[in-house]
Each structure stands twice: as C-alpha cells, then as structure tokens.
Design a protein. Sequence first.
Length: 741
Amino acid sequence: MNDPQSNSMDRRSLVPVRTINEAPRLLRPAPPQVASNGITVGFVWQVFARWWTVVLPAGLLLGAGGAAVAWLTFQPTFVAEAWLRIEDRRPYVAFPSAEESKRFVETQVELIRSPIVLTGCLSRPEIAQLAELKTVETPMEWLSQRLGVTAVGQSELFKIKFEGPHPKNAASIANAVVESYLKLHTDNSETETQEIIAALEAEKTRRVHELERLQETVRTLTKQVTGKELATAGQKISDAPQQGNPLAALEDRLTTAEVNCEVLQARLEVARKKLTEKRQTRVPQLQLEQAIAADSGVHKLTSDLMEVELLLEEYDNTATKGKQLAAVHRLEGRKAGIEEALEKRRVEVRGLRTAEFEHGATNDQEDFVGRLDEELESQRREEQLLKDRIEKARGELAKSGDSALDLEFVRNEMRRAEEVFQRIADRITALRTEKSAPSRVSLIHAAATPSLPKTSPVKAVAGVGLGLFVLPLGLALLWEFRVRRISSGSEILQQTRMRVVGEITSLPNRPLMRGKRSNLRFQQQLSLFDESVAYLRTSLMLGEDADDLRVLAVTSAVSQEGKTTIAAQLAANIAKVSGQSTLLIDADLRAPSLHEVFGIPLDPGLAEVLSGEASLEEVIQSTVTGPVQLIPAGRLRMSAHTLFGNDNFQQILKTLRLQYRYIVIDCPPLLSASEALVVAKVADGTLLCAMRDVSQFSKVCMARDRLVAAGAYPLGVVLNDVPPRAYAARYGKYYAVVDQD
C-alpha cells in the first residue's frame, strides 16, 4: 500500500523505544487539572457539531414557546418627559446673589422625588382615579419607582420622566408631578421671603431704640469731656469730627458678622416656624384607604367579622326563635366587640400612616433647619471672637486714663450700630425688590403623550426567543467546558504534552442500499481506515530502536475508548506487512471482547494460564487473519488483582518472546483496573488510546501520570474514531481502492 506519510517522515521525530532491560525514560508528569484555552470560536463550533441534534430541536422548541409567551404577556411601557430649567444662580432685578447653586440644585432634584411632591400629585382627583393607581397597594411607592429626574448633560436642564403602561396617563402623571413641584416651590419661596422680611423689620425696629440710646450716651459724654453740645438740629452725631480709630478694621468685620447673624436668625426662625406649626400634609384618601385595608390587624378583624355575620345569618335562617337564642346574643356581643376593635384599629392605622406621610414630607425641611443652625452657630462664634478682641484692645487703650478715649469708643460703637441698621434696611429693600424677579425654576416643555412604547414588542419577543434558543447551546458549552473532551490531535499535544503517534479513522459500515456510488464511498472510507492503521504501524516500526519494540501494550484511560479495535487492527496489520508471527493477547479479563471479534471461544485463555489450570499451548488459537494468533481472556473465577499479583504474567511473557516476533496486548482501562499497570510495566511500550469527542483531557493526563509512576514507558496517544472527512481534510485524499470483484 502506498504510504506517503511514512516515506516523508523524519526518522529523528519517531517514537523512542527501549529494550526490555532498559530503564524507562520518564516523561515530566503533568498536573491532573489541565489548562484550558477558554471558549473560542473553534470550541463553540465543536460543541455545536457534537450536540446539534439535541440543542437545535430544544432551542427551537424553547425559543418558539418563549416568544409566544412573551408576545401574549407583553406589556408596553410608555415614557413621558417634561423639561425643567433649574438655574445655577438666582435671577435678580437689581441685587445679585452670591449664593452657591450646587446644594440648591441637588435639593430640588430630591424634592421632586420626595413624598411632599408625590403626595400633592396623588391628591389631585384626576390622578387618583387613574386605573393604574387603583390596582396597586402602595401608589406612592409605585409612583416613586417609575419617576426619574435626570440632568441633560452639563446644562441647567432636567428631564422629569415617568414610565407607565398607558401613554396618556403617563403624560398626565408627569405633568401633575411637575405642577405639584412648581406650586410647592413658588409657595415656599414667596412665604419664606415674606417671613424673612417681617423678621428683619422687627430687628430693624429694635435697632432704632438701640441707636437712640447710644446717641444719648454720646451727647452726655461729649458734654462731660468738652463742655459743649455735640449736635445741632438736623445734624447726625456720627458726622461729628473724630480721631483716628485703631480698631476700625475689627469693627467693620464685627459689623458684617452681626448683619449675617441677624439674616441667618431670621431665616432660621422662618424655617423652624414651618416645623412647629405642624401643618398637616394632605394625604391622598385613596392611598390612605389602601394602606388601612392592607394592614394585617385590620384584615384579620374584617375576616372575623364576616365569619360572625355568616353565623348570625345561618341562625336567622334555621332557628325558630333566632333572636331569642342565647347563642345569638353571644354572637351579637362578639360582633359588637369586633366592630369596636376594628374601628379602633382603623383609627390607629390611619394615624400611623398619616404620621408616616407627614414625617416624609418634613424630612427635607428638618435637614434645611439643621444646615441653617450650623451656619448660624459658626457665624455667632466668629462674632463673639471679634467682640472679645475689640474689648481686649479697648482695655489696653483705656489704661492711658484719657477720658477722650471713652468718648471715641462710644462714638465708634454708635457708628457701627448705624452701619448694622443700614445694612439690615438694605437687605429688606433687596428682598422686596427681588420678589418680582423671575423664578429660579421654570417649565421649559410639558410632557406630551408618547406615541411609541419604550420597548418594541418585536424586540422584546425577539430577545426572549433568541435567548431561549441559544440556552441549550449555552448549557452544552458549559458542560463541555467542564469535561473538556478531546477533539483533535493538536489539542492532545497542547493540553497533555504527549505526542500523537497516530490517528485512526472510524471503521466504516457497509451501506444498506447497494449501489455504485455508495459502494465507492464505502471503499474510500475503508481505504482511509487501512491507511490510518498502516500509518500507526509505520510510526512504530520505523523507529531507530524498532528492533527492541517487540511487546506492545494497548490501553486507555477508561472503557469504551476503542482500545480493543486498535489492538486487533494493529496486530493484523503488523502480521500482514511483516509476514512474521504475531500474537494478540486479551488481558482485559473483566470485560473481554477479542474472542467475539475473531469468532473463537472465550476459554481456555489467559485467566486459566495464570491460575495454572491450562498451559500456553492449550490457549493459543489461530485466527482467520493467518499470521495472527490469539490468546483469549478466559473465564475470570477469582479477582484479577490476584491473578496478576505475582510474577506469573512476566514469566509467561518471557516464554512468548521466544516464539513470536511481535506481541500486542489488549490491556484493561488504566483508571478502572490496576492490573493494567502490571501489564504495561513489563511491555516494551504502551499506547494510550483516546476516542475523539469522548475521551477527556483530565483522565488522559491522569492515565499518563499513572503509567509514568508505575515505571511503564508511554509511547504516545492514538486518537481513534476520527471522521473520514476530517481525516482526509487534515492529511489529504490518496485512495488506493482495491477491486473486490
């Protein structure tokens, strides 16, 4: 047979062999857990090719069913958007504000989501009657979950978005939220400004009396020091000539601190007033009734009341003197007690839920009061520090005994009081003027009724269908990634660091329908099978030490990996090509099968020779392949460990070496039967068989490590059951079809 592969091979790359007496050249052991290359496109294709008969029907069934369910249960969601503008700085008419905007903007965003605004929205009759709100237990929570406030880039614009099942209702709710927020913002701003003005007016009036007192003190001290009246009609005392003031800078800072304290105090009083007034927030009646009905205590008492009413009705229908029966009186008393307890519980729940709403509505106000209180406290500390420094400086100056200094100190104090008074008056004027300034928050665009849903039903159905369609393939990928089956010879070298001695194609079956084309295909596949076996034999026989390779063990990691077929075909090919006597031994005593392949009796065989019940001459049988002779396994009547536990098999093998040029041994699986290591150790080399798409990398590595640890010499891996088409694509087509006629 033409063998181009074997003719072109470099002899230096062939499998090394050893003599029976040579110490084995151990391979470097690999860890049992082999490295993984991850899920690649090639791996996905291999898994699909292996599982397509399962994953494709399952995927189509799941995908179609999931798509149908998604189509029937699809609920469109519509998004309505309103646009607001929250300006960085407060708009002004004549008095610009230096107030920073970051905290204000963040507060407004949270206020839109707060129970204060949402309660105002739900209080509207047109909103409370919407079908969506009537079917949910907690409308406030349902509304909050679907409401979104997002900034548009880095601008001052904000989108108020609401998602709902009905487009018109979604737009109505979005606009109701915006209107509730704008009304609250406008009312709060106007009320707060007016109350701050009132507080500052009261402080201004108090300062007038303080100024009059200081002016009188200055007149008195001036007359005592100079003997003259200071001021004439129409002249301000502060306009009188004054000496240089060494404390002017500190007094200016103190004046500013006092004005800031007064303004902060006014704002704080207004904020605290809103909390102490305890103005009750309007709670939506629909939401309150739903909360009461959902209470577990109310639900239990209602059930008890219904049960008692049913019993009373039954007594009325069956008893002759129903109303006079003692049992009826007891039931009526029990009914009255339940009704009283139910009403009491409803009142309690109403109070608790109302308190919860009110508490949520005042959280933001409490935070605002806290921030103002901290700011005022800081400003007061600064004011007190400045007063202490000024008082200390005045004390140092007063030590000189100059009475004119006392007069100057009082004049300075009066001038500072006048400055504080004037600044408070200016602040009142500014607040009144800026009341007519544009609002800091304005509506840019109201929410319109959305025409299209947020998610198309086609996309949703396609997404569900596609996801369920690929689910079986995904499960197959996870399973295959976990077990890591061998798919090609290149993977064996990469993952296990063992060379591939040969690849054996699948043994073709004769076609059921005879014809020229089918017969030709069968002949071509048979030719590829013979060629692959011949290539394996050539790789083994053309090594530099091929003369010492006489006993060859063929095994696998686990069962059902094609070792018996390879052993039989390899022995037949060696005998056919070499023309020398070849012996095939079935050492798989637990699950023998070679006797069925060659059609000879199972016993007597190797088991009888090892136990001393038969001789070698009695068990060696001829086969139809001519030079190949077979020792069947025999019948196992005791433990295989016991039969191979002594040196009997090694002695038998020494005797057979004198009679046969080549001996091929079909061993048990390495990981299942420990006697396989005994056979492999006394052989000149061991072939480890792996079946494509069946054998696992981890088990092949484990089998290799056991061979090395036992002192056996693994020649490499034989990959069998390779599809003829894949083999031909890898090595090329070069048929030698023999005419069978």
